[in-house]
Structure formats: structure tokens, C-alpha cells
Design a protein around this ligand. Structure first.
Ligand code: LMR
Length: 333
């Protein structure tokens, strides 16, 4: 009897301890390879989250659309099947937050400097706030980079794009951009792009070099043109209910881990894209063409009208806010 009581007592004594040790699991799903700025930053975040919470939080990273493809991952976040994502800024409109497509406007940022004036300032913060009403909390912007165009024919003059079927992300701005070049945009999930290029479902696409290289798209694209015509980056987002329900100390530790991970993403982005481009070149499978200033200016002239054309969708005010933050000039390069 006594032994029984001791055993019961011991069992009860163990319950709170076992309970306290059960980690809070954060499933972090994304669609790119581990060896990309986003992939590396996600892994770093997982490591720091575990360290700073002393194992209280376990971040499970699922790369390469292993868990969900583009559209599914947004739904999964809202349903709470995953807790964290870092979709590209082009993928938020289906949630009803069309303003994020402003980042897709061609030639709106000259370089990372311009971009950081927006993502690191009040305009960026205001945009993240808009996600709250969709049950999503925006934690950070993570860089990837400026996009190159690719196809199986050389892309030098604007006329070279005419009639090409080009894979795009699901953004109306990107749709208008490709149409302004006379190309035929086709929305496809990132995970389907390689095969679509390989089988000729589409002729070409646009990507930061890190995405092109890590998905081996250069193996099925003979020509790359370093147009740097637009930017692709991410917003790291969490399910708001999950986030608000975390103990304050855990949330604070995660905010710290996210701050450090953001630095990792942004510090690696530029170099990763440079390296990827060099590797594409070295592969010998693809020519890498750098347009002349004149060619790039013609491209800008053809594409900047998309800003006005899409102003009613992304918000004239948002565009003006960005112009003001960056000092946008139509005729500079
Ligand atoms: C794409 O679909 O091309 C990108 O959004 C993929 C990514 O997450 O970088």
C-alpha cells in the first residue's frame, strides 16, 4: 500500500515536469532549397530559437515545398497546420492584401539600398500591419535579390520577349510586366517550374540567380540575361492566434532570434546571388548576358508604365510612399 502511494506520488510529481518539457513546435514551411538565403536564414532561426528558449521551442523547417506548395502554404498558415512561412512578397494578394505586389513593380528599386529604405522603414511596417486582419502577424522582411530573365533564346532587346511563354508567380503586377514585353505570362507554383521549363510548357522565367541555380533551372534554360529588372524578397509571417498565445518570454526570445536570422538572410542574399550567377556561368550550360546600359534603359522604358497601369490595384499612395522613400526617378538607371 505504502509502496503504491509512493508510486502514485512519484507519477504525479513527474506530470508537471514532463508537461513543462514538451516543446512548443513551430512548423516552418517554405518552397526553396536549403542552400538559399531563405533556406539558410530559416535553419539559423531554428537553431537560435532553440538556444534562446533553452529547448522550449522546436522549429521544424520543411524546405523545397516538401510540405506545401505556394498556394497551399498560405491556407495551411491560416488554418494553423503550419505556424510560420516566408512567402515571397508576390504571394500575398490572394489573402486580399494586394498592396504587397508593389514590390513586384519593375525598376521600382535601383538596388538593395533603395529597398531597405522601404522594408526597414515606416512603409514596410505599415504593409506588415495590414496582414493582422487576415489572422497573420508579419515579423520581418528577408532579402533575396534582383531577378534575371531566362529562356532558350538570347534576351537582349525588348522585342526578344515577344510571344515567349514566361512562368511568373501569382502576381497581377508580374502578369502586366510580362505583357508589357509582349510575352505571355503563365502562373505556376515554384515547385512545378523546373518541369514546366524542361517539357516546354513554358519557354522562360524570371528569378534571382540563387533560385535559378538551386532549382537547376539553368540546365533547362540556355540563356540568362542579367536584367535586374525587379526584386524578389520575403515577409516572414506567423499565425497570429498562435503567436499571441505564446508566453511573453518565449515570444521575446523568438523576436530576438528573428532579428538575428534577418541579418543572416540579408547578409547572405547579395553574395549568394553573385555566387549562383558565377556557378551558372561556370556550368557551361547557359550563357549569361549582361545587357548594355542602352538595352537596360529600353527595358525600363517599356516596363515603368506598369506602375501607373497597376496603381489602382497596389494603391497609388503605396507607390508614392515608395517613390518618396527611395527618390525614384523615371530616367535614372
Ligand atoms: C517563386 O515562386 O519564384 C519564388 O517565390 C520562390 C521563393 O520562395 O523564392
Amino acid at each position: 500500500m505504502r509502496r503504491g502511494l509512493i508510486a502514485i506520488g512519484a507519477a504525479f510529481a513527474m506530470v508537471p515536469a514532463a508537461f513543462a518539457q514538451a516543446p512548443i513546435v513551430i512548423k516552418f514551411s517554405h518552397v526553396v532549397a536549403n542552400d538559399t538565403p531563405k533556406g539558410k536564414a530559416a535553419e539559423f532561426f531554428a537553431k537560435r530559437a532553440a538556444e534562446l528558449t533553452k529547448g522550449r521551442v522546436k522549429v521544424e523547417v520543411y524546405p523545397n515545398s516538401q510540405l506545401y506548395k505556394d498556394k497551399e502554404e498560405m491556407e495551411a498558415l491560416q488554418l494553423g497546420s503550419v505556424q510560420m512561412l516566408a512567402p515571397s512578397l508576390s504571394k500575398f494578394a490572394p489573402l486580399g492584401v494586394k498592396e504587397f505586389e508593389v514590390f513586384d513593380l519593375p525598376f521600382i528599386f535601383d538596388d538593395y539600398n533603395d529597398l531597405h529604405k522601404v522594408t526597414g522603414g515606416p512603409v514596410g511596417a505599415k504593409l506588415l500591419k495590414k496582414l493582422e486582419s487576415r489572422g497573420i502577424t508579419g515579423l520581418a522582411y528577408w532579402d533575396n535579390g534582383f531577378k534575371v530573365m531566362s529562356a532558350n533564346k538570347p534576351l537582349k532587346a525588348v522585342a526578344d520577349y515577344k510571344g515567349l511563354k514566361m512562368r511568373i508567380q501569382s502576381s497581377k503586377v508580374l502578369d502586366a510586366q510580362m505583357r508589357a514585353l509582349g510575352a505571355l505570362p503563365q502562373v505556376l507554383p515554384f515547385s512545378d517550374t523546373y518541369q514546366a521549363l524542361q517539357t516546354g510548357v513554358v519557354d522562360g522565367t524570371e528569378n534571382p540567380p540563387s533560385n535559378l541555380y538551386t532549382q537547376k533551372m539553368h540546365e533547362v534554360q540556355r540563356h540568362v540575361s542579367v536584367t535586374n529588372h525587379g526584386y524578389l524578397g520575403y515577409a516572414v509571417v506567423v499565425n497570429k492566434k498562435f503567436w499571441d498565445g505564446l508566453p511573453g518570454a518565449v515570444r521575446n526570445a523568438l523576436i530576438k532570434a528573428m532579428g538575428e536570422a534577418t541579418k543572416v538572410a540579408n547578409d547572405t542574399a547579395f553574395n549568394d546571388n553573385q555566387d549562383a550567377l558565377a556557378k551558372v556561368k561556370a556550368s557551361g550550360k547557359t550563357t549569361v548576358y549582361v545587357p548594355t546600359i542602352g538595352e537596360r534603359f529600353q527595358l525600363k522604358k517599356a516596363l515603368v508604365p506598369v506602375h501607373k497601369q497597376l496603381a489602382s490595384r497596389v494603391g497609388d499612395e503605396t507607390i508614392q510612399d515608395i517613390y518618396n522613400a527611395t527618390g525614384f526617378k523615371l530616367d535614372s538607371l
